[in-house]
Design a protein around this ligand. Structure first.
Ligand code: URA
Length: 442
């Protein structure tokens, strides 16, 4: 097989065979395919796209580049959830314990900070002693005992993705649906669960800003997962404004705990109920969506989900007192109110800018190895549709007291808010459900 011929074939819009795709991926990992050749190949895929069969073969070749987690020692249907990322997205922190308390088995490998959004791992590390880097054996032991564990995804899963992603980042080939879908699904398939519920975000704060693109990405990921023998459902949801009110690490964990106590923000609660119901239904532990919903809602009201979060914290090195006493979480040095500069109704909140404002305050590490200050973040006081008077707080900044950072973040944050005279409706949260049976719009 010849690298030049494979690149040319894709450049000319022809379909590649499984062997040709495997040759490119294996060759790239072992150094036979050079970076400039892979870069040209990625650009050809960017312009020519890939058929469903090619996307599946590309994903499986990336899965084969690394470790495949064997979860067969855990009895029952293992379910995972993945979000394409959004500002204030603490859904997993609520969903994982709640689904486990409702009869599902959640064995989830999860990520750290990505760009302007903090990762679930970073948020959980706000809890003193919490261990996210468990061995596979301990991970399996915890899931078998309490039906939930969240651990840090290791670099040994689909390593081809890591190298290809780095190249995509510098060759303007990130935003290609076959490349994004294969990148996400290779890590999910390698993580070894039986089912995956995907939360595909769309809107200004999301990776896929346009609905049509989010839908196309959802279809491609569902086809890949089902083609690989897994059960997969994707829900397209809105990221037109931050999810809930908290953006950061400890503040998001606290909001997740409030939600498990039944006093969370309405949008987060609705999202958790919808995604949780899909996870239970896909797992086959309920016979209808109605039953799935009832179980999730009941376990939120009766705080069984919160108790399960306590079990999870305890099993992974922390103490369960955090669930009753969130004041134990890292506290910021200084809290600063950010007030509205005009009166009216909140028309829009640019989620991306809010995420960037939180990063400016120092909510993320400057580099991969720099420790994160978990106490830093933003708590919104107003969301789209709310009435606001000049001088009233739009948000509370949780800061380390550095006035330069606060000023930069304030400017970004105030630019994120659009306040106007007209009454405004909150954006709709759910757009569509994509499964092997097709697309259902909400
Ligand atoms: N997230 C991923 O893991 N991969 C992509 O290509 C984009 C988002």
């Amino acid at each position: 097989m010849n690298v030049y011929e494979i690149i040319k074939k894709k450049r000319d819009g022809l379909e590649l065979s499984r062997d040709e795709i495997g040759f490119m991926i294996d060759g790239f990992i072992n150094g036979q395919v050079k970076e400039y050749q892979m870069a040209a190949f990625l650009m050809a895929v960017y312009f020519r796209g890939m058929s469903a069969r090619e996307c599946l073969d590309l994903t499986l070749a990336m899965v084969d580049s690394g470790e495949k987690v064997d979860l067969s020692e855990i009895k029952g249907f293992k379910i995972d959830k993945h979000s394409t990322g959004g500002v204030g997205d603490k859904t997993t922190l609520v969903l994982a314990p709640l689904v486990a308390a409702s009869g599902g088995i959640v064995a989830k490998m999860t990520g750290r900070e990505l760009g302007h959004t903090g990762g679930t791992v970073d948020k959980l590390e706000s809890i003193e002693g919490m261990q996210l880097e468990l061995t596979k054996e301990r991970f399996i032991e915890v899931v078998n005992k309490i039906h939930v564990s969240l651990i840090c995804q290791t670099a040994s899963l689909a390593p081809a993705d890591k190298y290809i992603y780095a190249l995509r980042n510098v060759t303007a080939t990130v935003d290609s649906i076959p490349l994004i879908a294969s990148s996400i699904m290779s890590k999910k398939l390698a993580a070894g669960t039986d089912g995956i519920v995907l939360d595909v975000k769309t809107g200004r704060g999301a990776f896929m800003q346009k609905y049509e693109d989010a839908l196309a990405l959802s279809r491609t990921m569902v086809d890949i997962g089902e083609g690989a023998g897994k059960r997969v459902v994707a829900i397209v949801t809105s990221m037109e404004q931050p999810l809930g009110y908290a953006v950061g690490n400890a503040v998001e964990l606290q909001e997740a705990m409030d939600t498990l106590k039944g006093r969370g923000p309405k949008d987060l609660e609705a999202l958790v109920i919808e995604l949780g119901s899909q996870m239970l239904f896909l797992s086959g532990v309920v016979s209808s969506k109605r039953e799935a919903r009832d179980r999730i809602e009941t376990n939120m009201k009766t705080k069984k989900g919160l108790e399960k979060l306590g079990d999870l914290i305890e099993a992974q090195g922390g103490t369960r007192t955090f669930i009753e006493n969130p004041a134990l979480l890292p506290q910021p040095k200084q809290k600063v109110k950010v007030n509205a500069e005009g009166s009216g109704y909140v028309q829009k909140i640019d989620a991306l800018e809010v995420g960037l404002a939180s990063m400016s305050l120092g909510a993320g590490g400057k580099s991969k190895d720099e420790p994160i200050d978990h106490s830093i973040g933003i708590i919104l006081r107003k969301k789209v549709g709310d009435k606001v008077n000049k001088g009233e707080p739009l948000a509370l900044f949780c800061t380390d007291g550095d006035s330069r950072k606060i000023e930069t973040a304030k400017e970004k944050f105030l630019n994120a808010y659009q306040i106007g005279r007209k009454r405004a409706e909150p954006p709709k949260l759910f757009y569509a459900k994509v499964s092997r049976d097709g697309v259902e719009e909400y």
